[in-house]
Design a protein around this ligand. Structure first.
Ligand code: SF4
Ligand code: SF4
Length: 353
């Protein structure tokens, strides 16, 4: 009977590991099938600059997040080392302390959300709130099963490994994937400014071609905008997957502040959904009304601790909708004037002023 139970557990564990590998492959395909990110024309420092200053502008949440992330990394590493048959007393103590710290931090987070209710939580959708609770409960279960397994309580070794794999699978669906992707995004994105445009020369040349102003027909930029995950740059796709949905960008976004139904965070959420479902961005994920709200002020990029640039993604979609499809709002006629004057295909905030 015990033998049958072990076989069933091994089978469940194997299925979970296969699901995890499939999810990692799926995410890799989504990002790698995007357009190659244009290289920078200038040299950048190899030094990675962190977003710690912005991160710790909310110190309690910052410290609790750090405890949860560091504890989870150490607990996972410890469990992998243990699975390889390596036992070490110092590792045992460190992992045990991390497990206790993770449980305490997760409980404080849950209590804070239930009783103190910081203003930010009132703006969360039910799905976003549920996502946060699931991650916190998985952290608590991971810590508790690790401690129980250290005391050799029967069955908790298996339960702990299953919780870790479940955690890893869940994170690929969750906004908490940013724990991994944000570091990579920040590193690759270093040296790029909010207004560093891509393919502008090619777009201008295509517009000249459409207007019969040039006889050149070899345009390497391909399309003028992006309407699909494969047409965004890999960096922008990685940015969408790196959004932690912290809401800092929408707190400074002028249209959002004045109550319009638009936000840079919502842009990231909709784009990510469209990429996951393999559907077009425009007009499925966002319509004319949504994309025309952005005034290209760049406040979202400055506010983001990770340096994500929703404004640039919106430029790509606007280029597709306005320039490729010709759905430019009548109020945007200044855009064509702007292109004529400055070779910039979309009107900037300053142009409008
Ligand atoms: S650039 Fe657009 S999305 Fe970003 S803060 Fe300004 S208006 Fe909002
Ligand atoms: S884009 Fe940046 S600031 Fe905005 S919600 Fe995502 S992580 Fe936060």
């Amino acid at each position: 009977m015990k033998h049958t139970g072990s076989i069933i557990l091994i089978f469940i564990y194997a299925v979970m590991v296969i699901i995890l590998l499939w999810r990692v492959w799926h995410l890799w395909k989504r990002i790698s099938s995007a357009r190659k990110t244009p290289a920078l024309s200038h040299k950048v420092s190899p030094i990675y600059t962190s977003g710690a200053r912005v991160f710790f502008s909310r110190p309690i949440a910052g410290v609790l997040h750090t405890v949860l992330v560091v504890a989870m990394i150490i607990m996972s590493t410890y469990s992998i080392i243990q699975a390889c048959g390596v036992r070490n007393h110092i590792w045992d103590i460190t992992a045990g302390i991390c497990a206790v710290a993770a449980i305490i931090a997760a409980i404080i987070f849950i209590m804070r959300r239930c009783w103190i209710r910081p203003a930010r939580f009132s703006t969360l959708t039910p799905a976003m709130a549920a996502d946060a609770y699931i991650i916190l409960f998985l952290e608590i279960i991971s810590g508790a099963t690790l401690i129980a397994s250290q005391y050799d309580i029967y069955g908790f070794h298996t339960a702990h490994y299953m919780t870790l794999v479940l955690f890893a699978i869940y994170i690929t669906y969750s906004k908490h994937l940013h724990i991994i992707t944000a570091w990579i995004y920040r590193y690759i994105n270093r040296g790029r400014g909010a207004y560093d445009t891509e393919r502008v020369d090619g777009v201008c040349m295509m517009m000249d071609m459409m207007e019969g102003k040039t006889t050149v027909t070899d345009v390497s930029c391909g399309t003028m905008g992006s309407n699909h995950g494969s047409e965004l740059s890999r960096l922008d796709t990685l940015g969408v997957y790196s959004c932690s949905q912290c809401g800092r960008c929408e707190e400074l976004c002028p249209p959002h502040i004045v109550g319009e139904s638009f936000s840079p965070m919502e842009t990231n959420i909709r784009i990510k959904k469209a990429i996951e479902k393999n559907t077009p961005f425009y007009p499925c994920a966002m319509d004319d009304d949504f994309i025309s709200r952005c005034i290209s002020c760049g406040a979202c990029v400055a506010a983001c601790p990770i340096g994500i640039n929703p404004m640039k993604v919106l430029w790509e979609i606007k280029r597709y909708a306005y320039l490729e499809k010709g759905h430019m709002p009548s109020s945007y006629h200044t855009a064509s004037q702007s292109t004529q004057n400055s070779r910039y295909p979309l009107p900037t905030y300053l142009d409008r002023k």
